[in-house]
Design a protein. Structure first.
Lengths: 80, 80, 80, 80
């Protein structure tokens, strides 16, 4: 009797993030995932890609075997 | 750079739960706490008291250094 | 890039525990599992069986996709 | 009744790591800390310093309110 959980150290968006306002984004993922809150994490578009920026997770919602992450983009890396 | 978290095995209400509807309750706690979702947990009024029932956590919200737990009471122990 | 982990609230032995000495036991499990340390947990022989006792996890070792739990049995429920 | 735990995304050595052999190091920390195993993490000498390298945690031991991390250095950043 356990709860499966995936510990995360990065935010991988796969382009599925939705902007809520300004620098605040929402990302929905399958399964239960634990992203550390309130500390800077790297943001990547894919697992293999370079960091596209840095973000801080502000809110984490776990329900119905899904995880909703609300994060604030705090730095954006130019990629050209 | 870490995120402090408290791993929980019980729901201790301290009488602060609010009924949302039927057997669904909401409880707000200070700090970030991790309650296993979707598996039966003991519910107690205080840490020292006997189990008052069993519940299943349906939703967990972590934000602003607070944790909101939504749980469904699945069994109630009579205490007389 | 995440680390799969199973959050545990019980110790389910499946009869695979080995006594180290006195009330101290070792149990090896597949995968990475997180058992809360230093707090009383229910011990069961199978997931469906009644609690056979109470134990406190003293040590947790995660490596090579396995988890080794060292626990001290603090109470034993008679089952006859 | 909970277990306090700190979720880690980085390895901060504070110069206290001990080399076991080759690229394998051991680091002991106060409290219970959860470092993701088997995935690359940044290594820093202090929280504020630049990354000194990348490492993969191979083993995590939690006991007596201490955490022992065994990690393999997989990349070293030159800092001159």
């Amino acid at each position: 009797m356990g709860m499966p959980l995936e510990l995360q150290t990065l935010i991988v968006t796969k382009g599925k993030e939705r902007r809520v306002k300004d620098n605040l984004f929402i990302l929905e993922k399958e399964g239960y995932r634990l992203y550390p809150l309130d500390i800077p994490l790297e943001v990547r578009r894919t697992l293999q890609s370079e960091a596209s920026g840095q973000a801080v997770v502000k809110k984490l919602e776990l329900a119905d075997n899904r995880t909703i992450v609300t994060y604030e983009l705090v730095a954006l890396h130019s990629t050209n």
